[in-house]
Design a protein around this ligand. Structure first.
Ligand SMILES: [Zn+2]
Ligand SMILES: [Zn+2]
Ligand SMILES: [Zn+2]
Ligand SMILES: [Zn+2]
Ligand SMILES: [Zn+2]
Ligand SMILES: [Zn+2]
Length: 493
């Protein structure tokens, strides 16, 4: 029984999974040579196949036996299904699993077990690590590359960088967002009539692509076709607008939703980053986006609005450009959600707790934006950008407060000796070292003093007599002789 076709497909159930003593030629698929899986029989050649294997044969129009006709799928005879149901097969993930997973499942229950087996090795879509299915929840809780969004300032960062998002950074982001969110606007209407310099069109959203191409007329359609065929590597296709289109340029992008919110956020970030950078590089001042993902793709409006506003804020922090979200009249939900998100950032207000600008600290507390109160943030006043951002974020009330409190005359410098002593105060090891070094001298001085107090003038006289008895000339003569002897020794060596 030969089967045409050069490459044998991979068997769903390779015969090696079942002990050889139990195998029967009847139970082997004619295509993949594995154990029959969901078996079917060809009504003409009477051979048995896996359902999938026969479907592939039929779709490839491979002939049945010596005829030129394709095989005809029929139910498999009961004798074969009976034999199959007696097979006992271990789970395909037994190599990763606990001993009980190596138990033999019945043929009929194998699929159900493998679908639910906790020992399947799956790949984390974010960090590409291989994790057991039963550990996947645990992994998601600590995946180092998972994106975390700050509840306070909506900034995102990977879990491994979470420690870099300090309270000061959070406060700064909040302030920056509050400044740049003024460049974001939302309107109900159509991209076609928007007078912004650039409109962005998702080429994978068929309805939108078609309506823009129709409005643009032949010149837009032609240049879109040539562009999309020639520069396939470019992710943003830039086409000059024409016809009824009110904008100057159209950027065609290809965007599809991600499998989870992390991938979704990444894809939106990439889209905004590429289009906004391109627009800024081309010298444009304004750009319109549709409510990407909220039409046919069916993404959650609340999530998309949050991602749109956060990501656009991040782009605006680097590129000054006016951004307009154009919402179709049927997409009321996303319109409301975008307004809410913008409002959240615009109304974020920092409540001042205390300030000491002169000595270098400002303490602010973040109010209103979140229900829970954040810890007090201490910000160095030497960081002028940060201070400016916080002052802007906190409003005029704080600005006057901060400037009023900045003392006109800096405090006088203390005396140098005082500063020196203060410095020493912070260096206990230095003091200990100096103490040990000076100890022998102190002992000698104390010894002589004690002698003086005990013997009085006798001690001094004794010292004088001893000094008088010495003959310096004799001493130096001896010393010269000694050095001569030393030189002689060195010379002989
Ligand atoms: Zn097969
Ligand atoms: Zn056949
Ligand atoms: Zn197990
Ligand atoms: Zn299993
Ligand atoms: Zn991961
Ligand atoms: Zn934050």
């Amino acid at each position: 029984m030969g089967v045409s076709g050069s490459k044998r497909p991979k068997a769903h159930l390779p015969s090696s999974r079942v002990s050889h003593s139990l195998q029967d030629e009847e139970l082997i698929c004619a295509v993949c040579k594995g154990i029959l899986w969901q078996p079917v029989r060809c009504g003409n050649c009477q051979r048995s196949f896996c359902d999938q294997c026969l479907q592939t044969r039929i779709s490839k129009k491979e002939p049945c036996g010596n005829t030129s006709l394709p095989c005809v799928a029929q139910n498999c005879p009961e004798t074969i299904t009976e034999k199959l149901s007696q097979l006992r097969i271990p789970c395909r993930y037994k190599q990763y699993g606990c001993p009980s997973c190596a138990r033999y499942s019945r043929y009929d229950q194998l699929l159900k077990h493998e679908e639910n087996c906790a020992y399947e090795l799956i790949t984390c879509s974010v960090c590409m690590a291989k994790v057991l299915k039963l550990n996947s929840d645990e992994h998601n809780q600590k995946c180092p590359l998972a994106i975390i969004t700050c509840d306070e300032c909506c900034a995102y960062y990977t879990r491994q960088d979470a420690s870099l998002h300090t309270a000061a950074v959070c406060c700064q982001t909040l302030a920056t967002n509050k400044i740049v969110v003024k460049y974001i606007n939302v309107c109900v209407g159509s991209l076609i009539t928007q007078k912004t310099d650039v409109i962005v069109v998702n080429a994978l959203s068929c309805g939108m692509l078609e309506s823009v191409l129709a409005a643009g007329g032949n010149s837009v359609r032609d240049s879109y076709t040539t562009e999309s065929e020639s520069s396939s590597a470019e992710s943003v296709l830039s086409v000059v607008a024409d016809g009824q289109l009110a904008s100057k340029k159209i950027y065609f992008v290809e965007w599809r939703p991600g499998s989870n919110s992390t991938v979704l956020r990444r894809s939106i970030r990439k889209l905004f980053s590429e289009t906004i950078t391109e627009a800024v590089n081309e010298g444009y001042q304004s750009i319109s986006f549709p409510a990407i993902g909220c039409g046919g793709f069916g993404c959650s409006p609340a999530l998309m609005a949050e991602i749109f506003v956060t990501e656009v804020c991040h782009q605006l922090a680097a590129h000054p450009i006016s951004i307009l979200f154009v919402i179709e009249s049927t997409e009321e939900n996303i319109y409301k959600e975008l307004q809410t998100q913008i409002g959240v950032i615009k109304n974020a207000r920092m409540k001042i707790v205390s300030t000491e600008v002169g000595s270098g600290t400002i303490e602010v507390e973040n109010g209103e934006i979140a229900q829970q109160k954040m810890d007090v943030i201490t910000v160095s006043a030497s960081s002028s950008i940060l201070t400016k951002a916080i002052i802007q974020a906190a409003g005029d009330e704080f600005y006057t407060f901060a400037t009023k409190n900045r003392s006109p005359n800096p405090p006088e410098k203390p005396h140098w000796f005082r500063r020196w002593i203060e410095k020493l105060h912070y260096k206990p090891q230095l003091i200990i070292k100096a103490g040990l070094r000076l100890f022998p001298y102190l002992m000698a001085i104390l010894f002589n003093l004690s002698q003086y107090f005990y013997y009085g003038d006798d001690f001094l006289n004794c010292l004088t007599r001893e000094a008088d008895s010495r003959d310096p000339d004799k001493y130096f003569t001896r010393l010269t002789q000694a050095s001569q002897i030393f030189h002689t020794i060195l010379a002989t060596l």
